[in-house]
Design a protein around this ligand. Structure first.
Ligand SMILES: [Zn+2]
Length: 192
C-alpha cells in the first residue's frame, strides 16, 4: 500500500523500490482527530489546558504519522535530502529530550538542527545524520513521567506556544520554568 499524501509535500517522491515501506502510512487519515489523540495504543493521554492544548510529541504531528513509525519518518526526511542514504539506528551515546514551541524535541548536539521525538525512539538528526557521532544514533533521555507531566503543566500555563519551551540542553530546571511563569504574571501551572 502506498500513501497518497500530497497536500503538504511531506510525502517522499522518487525513493528506491526497496524503500517503499517508508511511504506506508502508520494510520489512515480518516481516524485522525480525537481518536488518535485518545488511543492508548499510540499515545499516552496528554495533559491538556482548559482550551484543549497540550505539549506535543512526534506522533501528535500529522506529518510523522504518515509513515510507518518514527524511524520511517526520519528515514524519509533524510531521503528527501540525500536519496538512497541508509541510517544506522544502533545507539552510541545519549542526549536529552526538551520542549520547544510546545513540542518535545531533541536539539542536535552536532548541528543547528532540532526535531520532534517520541518516547522509546532514538535520535538521528535528519540534517547531519549524526556524522559527528560516526553515524550512530543517540539514546534520548526523558524526564520521568511525573516530572514530564509537571513540566507540561507549567508550560501550558503560558498563553503562547512559542513561549512553551523547556531547554534542558541549556540547564533549565522545573524551578526555572515556574520562576519564569511568575515573573510574567502567569499561574505557576495549569489548574492553579
Ligand atoms: Zn544534526
Amino acid at each position: 500500500m502506498s500513501a497518497k499524501w500530497t497536500d503538504d509535500g511531506t510525502r517522499v517522491g522518487g525513493i528506491t523500490p526497496s524503500a517503499a515501506k517508508w511511504n506506508e502510512p502508520l494510520i489512515s487519515a480518516e481516524i485522525w482527530g480525537d481518536e488518535i489523540l485518545t488511543n492508548p495504543q499510540w499515545l499516552r493521554p496528554p495533559v491538556r489546558d482548559r482550551f484543549g492544548r497540550f505539549i506535543r510529541m512526534a506522533y501528535h504531528h500529522r506529518g510523522v504519522l504518515r509513515y510507518a513509525g518514527y524511524k520511517a519518518w526520519v528515514e524519509a526526511e533524510v531521503n528527501r535530502r540525500w536519496p538512497g542514504v541508509r541510517l544506522n539506528w544502533e545507539v552510541r551515546g545519549e542526549t536529552v529530550a526538551e520542549v520547544s514551541n510546545a513540542s518535545w524535541r531533541v536539539k542536535c548536539p552536532y548541528c543547528p538542527g532540532a526535531q520532534v521525538v517520541q518516547p522509546g525512539e532514538p535520535f538521528v538528526c535528519v540534517e547531519c545524520i549524526n556524522v559527528a557521532n560516526d553515524g550512530y544514533a543517540l539514546a534520548v533521555t526523558w524526564p520521568d513521567d511525573e516530572t514530564r507531566e509537571w513540566i507540561e503543566r507549567i508550560l501550558l500555563a503560558r498563553p503562547a506556544p512559542h513561549n512553551m519551551n523547556w531547554l534542558a540542553s541549556k540547564g533549565e530546571t522545573v524551578d526555572t520554568l515556574i520562576a519564569e511563569n511568575l515573573e510574567h504574571g502567569f499561574p505557576p501551572e495549569i489548574g492553579v
